[in-house]
Design a protein around this ligand. Structure first.
Ligand code: KIV
Length: 265
């Protein structure tokens, strides 16, 4: 499907002035991306959270650019409506502007996705500006930056109000078309949302952002292990999957499946 039928970066950005609240979710493969896209949400993120929810790592650090591209290709083939954004993994944008453009360029060339996301504000302003100058749309990610987990000593609410506002302002000035605000107090997210002219997409940042994003597996209730306070599970698919698989196992064991009518005459 031609990606021109999708929401474009300028259309996504203008949703803020139009007062259209933006919903975004992650997706990592073709089937789920198609299902999520058909619901009509505005943004799909091929998040580096795949490192945990798909690959089973403890942090987002191990996932590689090649792996992200592999998954972004699947999502890129599936999505017809939403804007598709791909996370730049650690440290694909930390090694100078040239390398950042080369890596983000690979994402756009190989995946049919439309934009990249990177973690940072004041410290990444130069990189954001270089990518934007190369024609690569950038979504910034401020507040809690999971790629900095070791420096932060864990996943904590970020409360340095001045730094958070400075990061958001720097990201906007550098040319980002939108920004994720992760795990910051509601009130700081409200101030930033009023201050910047690009959409703020919150996750654990309260109700005042221009939009929201969640990890799909959390929303569907299939995440195992720790689930952050800000997650709302809209389904309990873990129980449904367990029930279905157990019933299948029992029916095979007891000779109830398949029945003669399930086969060919
Ligand atoms: O990788 C990811 O899923 C993200 C979202 C949590 C915003 O960055």
């Amino acid at each position: 499907m031609p990606s021109s039928r999708r929401i474009t970066v300028p259309e996504f950005s203008s949703m803020k002035v139009e007062g259209h609240r933006i919903s975004m979710l992650t997706a990592y493969d073709y089937t789920m991306a198609q299902l999520v896209d058909s619901s009509g949400i505005e943004g799909i993120l091929v998040g580096d959270s795949m490192s945990m929810v798909v690959q089973g790592h403890e942090t987002t650090l191990p996932v590689t650019l090649d792996e992200i591209i592999y998954h972004a290709e699947m999502v890129g083939r599936a999505v017809e409506h939403a804007l598709v954004i791909v996370d730049m993994p650690f440290p694909s944008y930390h090694l100078g502007n040239h390398k950042a453009i080369e890596n983000a360029g690979r994402i756009l060339k190989q995946t049919r996705c439309q934009a990249v996301k990177l973690e940072g504000g004041t410290d990444q302003a130069e990189t954001i500006a270089a990518l934007v100058a190369a024609g690569i749309p950038v979504m910034a990610h401020c507040g809690l930056r999971p790629q900095n987990v070791h420096q932060l000593g864990g996943y904590r609410v970020q409360r340095n109000r001045e730094q958070l506002i400075a990061d958001a302002t720097a990201a906007e000035q550098a040319g980002a078309f939108a920004m994720v605000l992760e795990c910051i107090p509601n009130e700081v997210a409200r101030v930033i949302t009023e201050k910047v002219s690009i959409p703020t997409i919150g996750i654990g940042a309260g109700p005042h952002c221009d939009g929201q994003v969640l990890v799909l597996n959390d929303l569907l209730g299939i995440t195992s292990g720790y689930i952050p306070k800000f997650v709302k599970a809209y389904a309990d698919l873990k129980s449904d999957i367990s029930r279905a698989v157990t019933q299948y196992r029992d029916e095979v064991r007891e000779g109830q499946f398949p029945e003669k009518s399930d086969g060919y005459q």
